[in-house]
Write a protein that binds this ligand. Structure first.
Ligand SMILES: [Mg+2]
Length: 360
């Protein structure tokens, strides 16, 4: 891949992981123009484009259309860290987050124009020498979507078991969002992403059951109880609340899940943004999964054409695509066929794999 057509040069790439990462960036960039507006003041669906309609007041007036924000930059920090370290290194990832905030690393034009309050406070604690395991806010009110919006690359890169992915998703949340609710949200989203990658029938139901099974086998009993209780809070929220597009981590999950009921990438992106409020993060979270589902060729070419920053990510996408796609574990002790020998969660893996082969 790669020429001076930027993201358009990815046309025909059938690697779902590339679709997922680019989908996240497109959703973020599309949502940037509409951020901080409530649903009632978002333009009609067909007017949701990289350039908003004339007269619409964007929150970031100096930012060129097609520019991703903190969501995209932090996700690329994670992707770069994973690919360049060859493993998940919390200290390396945290350093890159600081480098983003302080030097514009992985920001288009090196311009950091959008940083969440919780993230900003946590990064200050990192700067002052706190360990990344302890720098994140850990109160119940510290559950913004700042770690959820960037976690996708972990799910797409990780070659290990579901349990290993869950553990790493928890840890990647810590530097900025240390409350178990944020950790559980990152974990379930990572499993949903795997389910999309593997073309399972019902990604959310599968991820829910899988996460329950992983927590039931968690080594530390006290943590297991905490995570299971938070999984119940999450389930209750998804079942009973109305999506509002706010920056609360559970609302972001619910709003993205609702938007994903649309049948096209464009539909998902516009639906996510129509909820208003934290439009860029909601659309990043939804469109990462939509990109996995519909692939690069499902993303409107005008959006690929308008997306900026290809030079920052081109070689990383190339490295990612060269890695074997993570496969479900069947008989391993960490197993997709069961955590530590538990029965598998309603999945016939050979059938799932066959479906995936047919779909490519
Ligand atoms: Mg943002």
């Amino acid at each position: 891949m790669g020429n001076d057509n930027g993201f358009l040069s990815l046309a025909g790439c059938d690697d779902e992981r590339v679709g997922g990462i680019v989908g996240l960036l497109v959703g973020d960039a599309l949502g940037v123009s509409f951020e901080f507006h409530n649903a009632a003041s978002i333009p009609a669906r067909e007017l949701i484009e990289m350039t908003p309609p004339p007269g619409f007041q964007t929150a970031h007036s100096g930012v060129s259309p097609g520019t991703w924000s903190d969501d995209g930059s932090q996700a690329i920090c994670l992707l770069a860290s994973l690919l360049q370290c060859g493993r998940f290194s919390l200290s390396d990832f945290a350093q890159r987050l600081l480098q983003w905030a302080d030097e514009g690393y992985m920001a288009v034009d090196g311009d950091v124009f959008d940083i969440g309050i919780q993230t900003s406070r946590a990064l200050q604690r990192l700067r002052e020498g706190k360990s990344p395991r302890e720098s994140g806010g850990s109160g119940e009110r510290d559950n913004g979507n700042g770690s959820l919006m960037r976690v996708l690359p972990l799910a797409l890169w990780h070659p290990g078991s579901d349990r290993a992915v869950v553990g790493a998703a928890h840890v990647q949340s810590l530097p900025t969002h240390a409350h178990p609710r944020s950790q559980v949200a990152c974990a379930i989203y990572s499993l949903v992403a795997r389910a999309y990658l593997w073309k399972l029938d019902d990604p959310w139901t599968w991820a829910d059951a899988r996460l329950q099974a992983v927590y039931e086998q968690w080594a530390d009993e006290a943590s297991a109880r905490t995570f299971l209780a938070e999984l119940d809070v999450l389930r209750q929220f998804l079942k009973t609340e109305t999506p509002r597009g706010t920056g609360y981590v559970l609302d972001t999950l619910l709003t993205a899940k609702t938007a994903l009921e649309e049948g096209t990438f464009q539909g998902v992106a516009r639906a996510a943004i129509q909820f208003g409020n934290d439009t860029d993060s909601t659309a990043a979270v939804a469109c990462g999964l939509a990109g996995l589902s519909f692939g690069i060729d499902g993303i409107p070419t005008r959006w690929l054409d308008q997306l900026r920053g290809f030079d920052l990510i081109e070689s990383l996408l190339d490295m990612l695509a060269k890695r074997p796609t993570p496969e479900p574990f069947e008989d391993d002790e960490w197993g997709g066929g069961g955590v530590d020998g538990m029965p598998s969660v309603l999945i016939d893996w050979s059938e799932a794999r066959e479906r995936r082969r047919r779909a490519r």
